[in-house]
Design a protein around this ligand. Structure first.
Ligand SMILES: NC(=O)c1ccc[n+]([C@@H]2O[C@H](COP(=O)([O-])OP(=O)(O)OC[C@H]3O[C@@H](n4cnc5c(N)ncnc54)[C@H](OP(=O)(O)O)[C@@H]3O)[C@@H](O)[C@H]2O)c1
Length: 328
């Protein structure tokens, strides 16, 4: 079954035949977040219009990496079934329709949180994450909201409160990455990163500061690129470094309320944010640079977030937690 599916993905990529309903993103490397519906679409082998050669190569890379991805997916599906009883707490994870955010939403739901899932365009994926959680016996809802719009962020928090009550955990995860050297970076790409990563996370953290219950947790996603400092990552790295300052200073501002605020800095994680636009060889090269010889999976990052949210994680406050398998 698995072998057959992989063969179909690879064959579809080779032949240039895909289903148009795959949407703008390839199934490439959502890690354990490859949506079943999209895999099914690929297996239909329908022609897809306008798919670029780059995305074709990305899909081929996904097929090559799929055994690990499917294994992780199976583990994730299995763990989703082992849902804890409700812990009476509420979590809101921005950008949780796929990638690290989706893995975090699933993991927190598994730990007993009622979870609000958020997307900006991929409503079907957000709904799919919610359905998975509900099918496993958990509680979740999803809200479409662009974090770069402060009014939308307010509505996101209000919707969460209407569904589940005051929030205990906020993960400011939504983010985008546009890479180019200083010479080649466009205004549009620079501005969009500032809008989503720098301003968007601020809007989310501001609402969190106003609403998170005493004893809660706030986590902002930085990146290990703040240490790696590779060429072409300049503006992206700057928006991620800001998360570390946000977390440290917000943690101090919330003194006396037992709310721990941290930045989390993943390394190379198997999501479209990292793999999109890279060749199979480039991805393999990055994986080879890590001590464990693999990319991180979204579930690796979700596990660290769950640890910070646990009772045992409370004393970690105002820090940047690097969760990167040792690449830096
Ligand atoms: N992957 C890595 O290697 C890596 C490494 C270090 C740090 N990080 C950080 O980890 C976070 C998650 O990354 P990822 O790899 O999981 O990314 P991803 O797979 O590309 O997923 C991004 C998520 O953010 C959402 N999103 C994007 N723009 C948004 C906006 N304006 N408003 C609300 N939601 C928005 C997307 O929603 P839609 O599905 O609706 O588009 C999606 O759910 C980011 O902050 C990233 O900087 C990632």
């Amino acid at each position: 079954m698995l072998t057959q599916t992989l063969a179909n993905i690879s064959q579809a990529a080779e032949s240039g035949k895909f289903c148009a309903c795959l949407g703008k993103r390839p199934i490439a490397a959502g890690g354990n977040d490859v949506p079943k519906a999209r895999v099914h679409s690929i297996r239909k082998g329908l022609p897809m219009t306008g798919y670029t050669e780059m995305r074709r190569r990305t899909l081929l890379a996904a097929a090559a990496m799929a055994p690990a991805m499917f294994a992780a997916g199976a583990a994730s599906a299995q763990s989703a079934c082992q849902m804890s009883a409700s812990n009476g707490k509420v979590a809101l994870v921005t950008g949780s329709s796929r990638g690290i955010g989706a893995a975090t939403a699933r993991r927190l739901a598994r730990d007993g949180y009622a979870v609000t899932v958020n997307c900006v365009v991929n409503r079907d994926l957000a709904a799919g994450v919610v359905k998975e959680i509900e099918d496993a016996g958990g509680r979740a809802t999803w809200v479409q909201a662009d974090v770069s719009d402060p009014a939308a962020v307010r509505r996101l928090f209000e919707a969460n409160e209407r569904a589940f009550g005051p929030v205990d955990v906020v993960v400011s995860n939504a983010g985008i990455m546009r890479l180019a050297t200083f010479r080649d970076m466009t205004d549009d790409d620079f501005n969009r990163m500032v809008d989503v990563n720098l301003k968007g996370s601020f809007y989310v953290l501001r609402e969190a500061a106003r609403r998170v219950r005493d004893g809660g947790r706030i986590i902002a996603l930085s990146s290990s690129i703040t240490l790696l400092r590779s060429p072409s990552y300049g503006p992206y790295a700057a928006t991620k470094a800001a998360q570390e300052l946000y977390a440290n200073i917000l943690g101090k501002e919330l003194e006396g309320r037992m709310i721990s605020v941290n930045a989390l800095a993943p390394g190379l994680v198997n999501t479209t944010l990292f793999t999109d636009g890279k060749t199979r060889e480039q991805i393999a090269g990055f994986a080879a640079r890590t001590p464990h010889k693999r990319l991180g999976e979204p579930s690796d990052i979700a596990d660290t977030i769950a640890a910070l949210c646990s009772a045992d994680g409370g004393w970690i406050n105002g820090q940047t937690v690097f969760t990167n398998g040792g690449i830096v």
